[in-house]
Design a protein around this ligand. Structure first.
Ligand code: PRP
Length: 193
């Protein structure tokens, strides 16, 4: 059996640091989505996991959000098509709603890299008339950005390294690690050349 830990060069976020990060981001979200007048929220808050990498962050985050939420899920991919600034969005699993003007959407990601996925998806959902669309990401890699995009809530900025664990994969592996680590380069270079 292969020990995945041997493939991890260093740990970026330990389980304890992940907990602290989730609590900090959730506190910001709770503050922003709680009406100042103390009244119940007028619109529904739909917290949407962008599958699959966000799943672990998502389940921890929604349980730390104290305002009432509905849960939902999308699976999308975005690629550069040269025809629009943010890229072409392919939707594999979509929201099925007819009440966009009455909902606030919070998209949950594990990582923002080029920025194409969340830029395209937020533009798409705003185009459907959503009352508001905000984004939260556990990790942000601003050095890789190809389009103008910044998440509203960011857990941690990370260097341009191959990060895995806590949902993030390399070739579908390592998602189940309880921490975020930097993958040892030999894992993705050994089969080349
Ligand atoms: C990853 C990640 C984001 C996207 C970020 O998803 O979860 O959705 O890439 O990259 P971008 O900012 O360059 O658009 P991936 O397509 O690898 O799918 P997964 O979540 O199923 O792993």
């Amino acid at each position: 059996m292969i020990d995945p830990v041997q493939d991890i060069a260093s740990i970026l976020l330990s389980p304890e640091q992940i907990k602290e990060t989730v609590a900090r981001v959730a506190a910001q979200i709770n503050r922003d989505y709680t009406p100042a007048d103390g009244q119940p929220r007028k619109r529904k808050l739909i917290v949407v996991a962008v599958m699959k990498g966000s799943v672990f962050f998502y389940v921890d985050l929604v349980r730390a959000i104290t305002v009432p939420v509905e849960l939902d899920f999308v699976k999308v991919s975005s690629y550069y098509a040269g025809t629009s600034s943010s890229g072409q969005l392919k939707i594999h699993l979509d929201l099925k709603r007819d009440d966009y003007e009455n909902i606030d959407i919070l998209l949950v990601e594990d990582i923002v890299d080029s920025g194409r996925t969340l830029k395209s998806l937020t533009e798409n959902l705003r185009g459907r008339g959503a009352a508001s669309v905000r984004t939260v990401t556990l990790l942000d890699k601003p050095s890789r950005r190809e389009v103008d995009f910044k998440a509203d809530y960011i857990g941690k900025e990370v260097p341009d390294e191959f990060v895995v664990g806590y949902g993030l994969d390399y070739d579908e592996r390592y998602r189940d690690l309880p921490y975020v680590g930097i993958l040892h380069p030999r894992v993705y270079t050994k089969s080349e050349g």
